[in-house]
Design a protein around this ligand. Structure first.
Ligand code: FEO
Length: 132
C-alpha cells in the first residue's frame, strides 16, 4: 500500500502547477518508501533518495519564485518551512552516502506527516495570491 495518496479534498490547492508537482512528489516518496522497506538494493534506494530530494528542491524553488513574483506576504515563513525539510533531507542524504544511515520507515513517516501539515496549512494559503 502506498505511504501517501493525493486527493483533491486533502491536498488540492487550486493552483495547477502545485497540484501536479505534489502528485509527482508523492509518487517519488512512495517509491522511496517501497524500496527502503522492501529491502531493495542499497544503490537503488540511494538513487531514489537523491531523485526525491532533487525534486523537492525543484518544487520548493518553483513555489518560492511564484510567491515572490506575486508579492505574497506569507513568503518568509513559508520558505523557512521549506528550508527545514530540505535540511533534514540533505542531512540524511549525506549520512546515507557516507554509509552512516539508512532510509527508514520513520523517515517516510516524517515526510508524510510534514506534507499532511504543510500543504493544507501553507500551500493552500497562497492559492488566492497565485491565482490573482
Ligand atoms: Fe508544495 Fe510549500 O510545498
Amino acid at each position: 500500500m502506498s505511504l501517501i495518496t493525493w486527493t483533491a479534498e486533502q491536498f488540492g490547492t487550486d493552483v495547477d502547477f502545485a497540484d501536479e508537482e505534489h502528485k509527482t512528489l508523492f509518487g517519488k516518496l512512495n517509491k522511496l518508501h517501497e524500496l527502503a522497506t522492501d529491502g531493495a538494493d542499497r544503490s537503488a534506494t540511494g538513487a531514489q533518495l537523491d531523485d526525491l530530494i532533487a525534486y523537492v528542491v525543484e518544487h520548493f524553488t518553483h513555489e518560492e519564485s511564484e510567491m515572490q513574483s506575486k508579492g505574497f506576504d506569507g513568503y518568509a515563513s513559508h520558505k523557512s518551512e521549506h528550508d527545514a525539510l530540505v535540511g533534514t533531507g540533505a542531512e540524511l542524504q549525506k549520512k546515507f552516502h557516507a554509509g552512516e544511515a539508512e532510509v527508514t520507515e520513520e523517515f517516510g513517516q516524517l515526510v508524510k506527516t510534514w506534507l499532511e501539515n504543510h500543504i493544507p496549512k501553507f500551500d493552500m494559503a497562497y492559492s488566492g495570491a497565485l491565482n490573482g
